[in-house]
Structures are given as C-alpha cells and as structure tokens.
Write a protein that binds this ligand. Structure first.
Ligand code: GLA
Length: 377
C-alpha cells in the first residue's frame, strides 16, 4: 500500500485510515423523515493512505479506478467542478473548508472492498474516510458525529444527492459488535449489542447485483413524496405522526401518498420494537420484524424490485428467521438472519431461485457488526 502510494505520488505517506460500508437492520427511509434507524458497520471498508500537501493541491487516486490521478486545487473546489467517484472525496474537502476549517491539500490513495452499487454505502465510506484522515492531518476538532454530518452535507450539496444522514453516521459512529440506534432528528445515539453468533445466528448479505444508484432520481422522488405528505398533514416531518393518528391521517391523504406514510410510521415502530428485542437478547424474534419491514417497503413504499423480493422469499422459505432489502432500494442487497447451521442451504436456495428466474447470480457473504471510521496506522 505504502509502495503503491510512493509509486503514484512520489512521496511517503503519513498514515492509513479506514471507513466501513453498512447494512441497516431496520428503519429504512425513516432518516429523512427524522425517525429512527438501526445500522451496523460492515467488515468491508474503504482504506485511505494519505499525506498532507503544502501547495494546496488535492490529488486523488483509486486502486479500483482507471489508473488516472485527479489533481485539483483545494481553493478552486466548487459543486460541479469534479466528476465521477472523485466528487465524493473532493466534496468532503470542500465542505470542511466551507465550514470554516483551515485545511490544505493532500495526496489520497484509496482502496476499497465495499461492493459498489450494492446498497452497502460505498459512497458514504469514501466520504467518511476522507473526513477522518483530514481531521488527523489538519488537527481538526471534530467528533465522529460531526464527521458524519459533514459528509452528508458533502453528498447533498457537492455531489447533489439528497440522501439522509444514516449512511454517513453509520460509517463514522458504529462500533464493533453493536448496532447503532439513532434518532435522526437530534442525532442522539445508543450502541445496542448485536452479536448474533453468540445466539447461533448469522447475518447473511445477499447482493442481488442489481445496480442501486441514489443519483438516478427515484430516491429523490420518494423523498419528496414524504415531504409533501408531511406538509399536507401540517407536520414538520412524518416522524411526528404517532401510530394512533395513522388511520385518520391515511383517510386525509391522496391515495398515492397514504401507503408511503403508512410505511414510515410503521417502520419507525419496527425500529423501536427491534431495539427492545435486542436489549432483551431475543434475537430470533427480530426475524419477523425484518420480513414485515420488507413487505412494507415492497407493498407500501414500493422501492423493492423483483430480485430483492425473490431473495427475501427464497431465504425465508429455506429457513431464514427473517429477511429484508437494506438501503435505499431499487436493487442492491438483502439481509437475512439465519440459524448458523442453515446458512449454506439458504444461500443455495436463493442462488437456485435466481437461476430459475433468469436473474444474475447473487453474491453472498456473512457479516459481523464492525468498527466505524478511524486511523489504522
Ligand atoms: C440511502 C440513503 C440513506 C437512507 C436509505 C434508506 O442509503 O443514503 O440516507 O435514506 O437510503 O433508508
């Protein structure tokens, strides 16, 4: 790594940082409605080897890229000025400057094993690793939460994707062996133990290989539907609609918005119930909540697709305790909570079902709740 850095940039690096991707256990499309989320960090991460530069230039190279180096002046960064993957790291540096931090240039060498386009937050990991490295390189007084928030702003304003705050917070704030229970309204957080292996369970990720892209407009359109519904109901956000108020609210809303609102309100409740179960160590009971969450995303929120629906159905039929799509939807990955003894059989069943349906071969792997962003060396 250090050799590669030297080869590309001609100098020695200062250190190495990492930031993980995530899966969300439950609480999907609740973050921009100011509700609750419950993600874990993945063992898969973006690793960044970096050194500061004194000439104000930002040079970016990705081992997964096309062997070109992006070279821009930090002072000239502006939304729209950098295209492609490099916009994510450049956006973070721009956002730091905009927030009044005194930052200069850097040489940044990226390597990632977070699958891209799989709904596993490879972009958030790419942003957060830059924020973590810059904090150390330029001695910035930033907490993990502040790193996450800055990175969300970079994605919203610099890259132009109207994402919520979950992915960046997960990458920055998750801790080893825990799920991050977060109220996205005030960003208050609690680490909830999530070690399914201790209960003889595994969390299986099924990447459907259907490309998920937040930038393609579908995410922005469901988000604006939620905001319209909240405005029609006279609420600051859908988070403010209590479950008891749901029937009356649904009757008041235009038919295309009612199911969307039902998803958000019931999903917030599923997060709270999931946290209660995890606190009591009742991991198995989490399964049906996951599957109910998927049904809600499929039937009410309408962000699933044939591949994620089939993965959930086949996994549950083969013995998973529960399964659901994770992330924004329109493709991406499914998670399944599986008794360790049947993980292989569940994987085989999903793969066989995909083959019968003529879908691409899914990629399967088990994950443990891992550590958020930080310095490695
Ligand atoms: C994407 C966004 C998140 C969140 C999820 C859906 O991952 O980046 O902010 O809205 O979709 O839960």
């Amino acid at each position: 790594m250090s050799d590669d850095f030297q080869r590309i940039f001609g100098t020695a690096p200062t250190g190495v940082w990492a930031a993980p991707g995530r899966v969300n256990l439950i609480g999907e499309h609740t973050d921009y409605n100011e509700g609750f989320v419950l993600p874990i960090a993945l063992p898969h991460a973006v690793r960044l080897t970096a050194a500061p530069r004194s000439d104000g230039r930002l040079r970016l190279y990705s081992a997964q890229g096309d062997d070109t180096t992006t070279d821009v002046a930090v002072a000239e960064l502006a939304p729209g000025a950098v295209a492609g993957w490099a916009a994510y790291p450049a956006g973070v540096v721009w956002t730091l400057r905009e927030a009044g931090h005194r930052v200069g240039g850097a040489d940044l060498y990226f390597e990632s094993d977070v699958p891209t386009g799989a709904g596993l937050s490879s972009s958030a990991a790419l942003e957060v690793v830059v924020a973590a490295a810059y904090r150390d390189l330029y001695d910035l007084p930033l907490t993990q939460s502040e790193l996450g928030l800055l990175c969300q702003r970079a994605e919203n304003v610099f890259v132009g994707v109207p994402c919520g705050v979950m992915d960046q917070m997960a990458s920055a704030c998750c801790t080893d062996g825990n799920a991050l229970f977060m109220d996205t309204r005030d960003l208050s957080q609690r680490q909830v133990p999530f070690r399914p292996a201790e209960r003889g369970l595994e969390l299986l990720v099924i990447d459907t290989k259907v490309k998920h892209d937040l930038g393609d407009g579908a995410y922005a359109s469901v988000r604006s539907g939620c905001e319209r519904a909240a405005a029609l109901l006279g609420l600051r956000a859908l988070r403010d609609l209590p479950a008891e108020g749901l029937p009356a609210a649904l009757a008041e809303l235009p038919p295309e918005l009612a199911p969307v609102v039902r998803h958000v309100v019931t999903e917030d409740d599923r997060v709270l119930r999931a946290v209660e179960l995890l606190d009591k160590g009742e991991f198995g009971a989490l399964g049906p909540i996951l599957t109910a969450g998927h049904a809600s995303l499929r039937d009410d929120f309408k962000v699933s697709c044939a591949e994620t629906d089939l993965a959930v159905e086949a996994a549950v039929a083969a013995g998973a305790l529960g399964a659901r799509m994770t992330g924004g939807g329109f493709g991406g990955s499914v998670i399944a909570l599986v008794p360790a003894g049947v993980t292989a059989a569940v994987g085989d069943a999903v793969t066989a079902a995909f083959e019968r349906a003529g879908f691409r071969t899914p990629v399967l792997f088990t994950v443990a709740a891992s550590q958020g962003a930080g310095r490695l060396s």
